[in-house]
Design a protein around this ligand. Sequence first.
Ligand code: PLP
Length: 375
Amino acid sequence: MLRAISKQTMDHRGPDFAEVGLTAIAGMKTIFKTKQRVFIYPSSGTGAWEAALVNTLAEGDKVVMYETGHFATQWKKMASKLGIDAEFIEGDWRSGADADRIEARLRQDTGHEIKAVCVVHNETSTGSVSPIAEVRRAIDAAGHPALLMVDTISGLASIDFQFDTWGVDVAVSGSQKGLMLPPGLSFNAVSDKAFELSKTGGMRRSYWDWQDMDAINGSGYFPYTPGTNMLYGLNEAIAMLHEEGLDNVFARHQRHGAATRSAVRHWGLEVLCRQQGQESGVLTAVLMPEGHSADAFRATTLQHYDISLGNGLSKVADRVFRIGHLGDFNDLTLAGTLTGVELGLRKSGVPHTEGGVAAAMAVLETTQFDTVAAE
Ligand code: PLP
């Protein structure tokens, strides 16, 4: 993939580029599992967050967002900055979104003032996964026309995501997580309903305008300079994911999540996500015991074992550390990662029961999964 990125940059208006662009757009549709539209921006994921909002919502529009953690909070802050009336359904950062609470809120809105429900699929700050299909069912059960917008920046290509089947209207993602690429590309998958709405609705916009993208994407080109070399890498990443088979990729992450949680519990530490069945296969956030600094532990682990663990963000700063098991990851890299954590716990004097790595290995041994035939 890195070799693909290092290829000579070509003229993005020249004849050879069309195939690169068309392959990337068609490929991303297979990853989002959609036959509708996908737009690719040369930006970080935050850009695609903004694109989702400005193409569909006007200043003053009301939206309901679910407080799953730091990233849900950031998306809400962005909506407020844009003049959108964003309401939070409060959460405790220890589970995904609760579809029943969303349904109850929508049922109260008999005048259909709420224009969108926004949910984070994999909350990267907490390691909890929201049940998107259930959120769709909740919206339908309430008979509400609100759009369903989903941030799957860290979920896509690691945890199953079914844009069309789940009836998502706008999905947001980025290149640097399950797609295994460097940061620099972001994505919107867009339903026909949301796209139609954007023709006359949304707010003033230029760079993020889906209409400008759509007008030229059909021929494989972009309205401005695309991230050409990143698109080479993206096409390679998509090929790698299909070579392994998406279901195998998802199973691999789930298995590594289960093994990691087993290690954490053996150590006597607490997994931040406490909703069974919603624990992430992408990362595991771990609560530090009272009186111990997660950041001091992370600094010691980095200094002595050269392993950079994720930090706790905003509300859980210094209270949690995060073990990543996303992307190009296998049993050996997981064992190495967990060994680094266990060594760090010893070095930092954090009280724990030794043998977490062995507990994880036992899970790996007993959960050998049969890979399904690649696609
Ligand atoms: N949403 C989620 C769930 C994320 O994990 C991130 C980044 O980690 C973002 C949004 C913001 O994306 P970016 O940092 O690429 O702008």
